[in-house]
Design a protein around this ligand. Structure first.
Ligand code: SF4
Length: 348
């Protein structure tokens, strides 16, 4: 359990992100967490690079709507501070903690007493120097060996409440590492392609890697690391899970790519429809088709849809044409019909 979120053991795959505000700024951090919560995030991580950040943790952990994972590098003393502050979990990167082995017993004891799980987060960029010397590079095998060795340090102290990540910027190396890890241990795994870059590159790298691994049943929590606001990470992570059938769909826009037959500006109309339905309270499949070739067929498959032609839009609801309206009225008519549909189905 990360707070109230079950992880592993057949629990639904969770979406994580990380705040970008200075952790010392409690209000700004809580505001960002509120935005992440609204976007569908399940678990949030906050960086703890200094004592001032550690001092802010009690207020953040107490008021956050999401379980808070404290992210600790370099200084074991912040691990104890995070546990005491009421954080739901602690992420440590043993490769970045000098003489980590000497402190494991104390960390394991404190975490066990508080019921706080530890994520062992191995990163290609900060692999334990001993592993790097042995393997020559942060290969998949080096990442796996490093993670398992770090787990064994905790296991020696009877501590098994562990989640592992072995992140690499190359999706192929990352996939190989997680496969290796899944073969050799039974701990829950947190998936991430690290330093994946800005969207769409970062989103695509993460999607490619996560799709392969999740299809094989590997992965319990995910983070789409992006050089973009964290809400974008959560939206991407949620859509990956929805596309793989691992999370119920919210809004699904089925829109055509447009072509020479289009009789409407499909991109603009799709954007407007997306914006109009983004916060719609009920999950819907909304079709936006640029002409009558595939339009009516696809629009019929959706809960609601439009097929355009000759400056007009044929509005479909559950396979039936209900109205034909001028192009300028398409978006508002779709919203009107969606409200009628959801009211009638909820018995309102
Ligand atoms: Fe082209 Fe019509 Fe298909 Fe859209 S629905 S891609 S406009 S043929």
């Amino acid at each position: 359990m990360i707070g109230n979120v079950p992880v592993g053991g057949g629990a639904p795959v969770s979406v994580q992100s990380m705040t970008t505000t200075p952790t010392t700024d409690v209000d700004a951090t809580l505001q960002e967490i509120a935005e992440l919560t609204a976007a569908g995030c399940d678990i949030v991580r906050v960086a703890v690079p200094s004592q001032d950040d550690a001092d802010a943790l009690p207020a953040i952990a107490a008021k956050s709507q999401l379980p808070v994972v404290a992210d600790i590098h370099f200084q074991p003393k912040y691990v104890f501070a995070a546990i005491e502050a009421g954080c739901a979990a602690v992420r440590v990167n043993p490769g970045n903690i000098k003489k980590f082995d000497d402190r494991v017993g104390e960390i394991a004891r404190a975490a066990r007493d508080a019921g706080v799980p530890i994520r062992i987060g191995v990163n290609a960029g900060s692999l334990d120097p001993r592993m790097l010397a042995e393997h020559g590079q942060p290969s998949a095998e080096a990442l796996v060996e490093s993670a398992l060795w770090e787990c064994s340090l905790f296991e020696e102290h009877g501590f098994h409440d562990i989640k592992i990540s072995v992140k690499h910027h190359d999706p192929l190396v990352m996939i190989e590492a997680y496969r290796g890890l899944a073969e050799r241990c039974d701990y829950p795994l947190h998936l991430g392609v690290t330093e994946a870059g800005p969207p769409p590159q970062g989103t695509i790298k993460s999607t490619a890697a996560f799709a392969v691994l999740l299809a094989e049943g590997i992965g319990d929590t995910i983070r789409v690391s992006l050089s973009a606001p964290p809400v974008e990470e959560v939206k991407a992570g949620t859509q990956i899970l929805q596309s793989l059938g691992l999370r119920p769909r919210s809004l699904e826009i089925v829109s055509c790519p447009s072509c020479g037959r289009a009789q409407v500006d499909v991109y603009k109309l799709t954007e407007e429809v997306n914006a109009a339905f983004e916060d719609f309270p009920v999950p819907l499949r909304v079709a936006v088709m640029g002409c009558v070739v595939n339009g009516p067929g696809e629009a019929r498959e959706a809960d609601i849809g439009v097929s355009s032609g000759n400056g007009k839009g044929q509005i479909f609801v559950r396979g039936e044409v209900v109205r034909t309206v001028p192009e300028s009225k398409i978006v508002e008519t779709l919203v009107e019909e969606a409200l009628k549909l959801t009211d009638s189905e909820s018995g309102a």
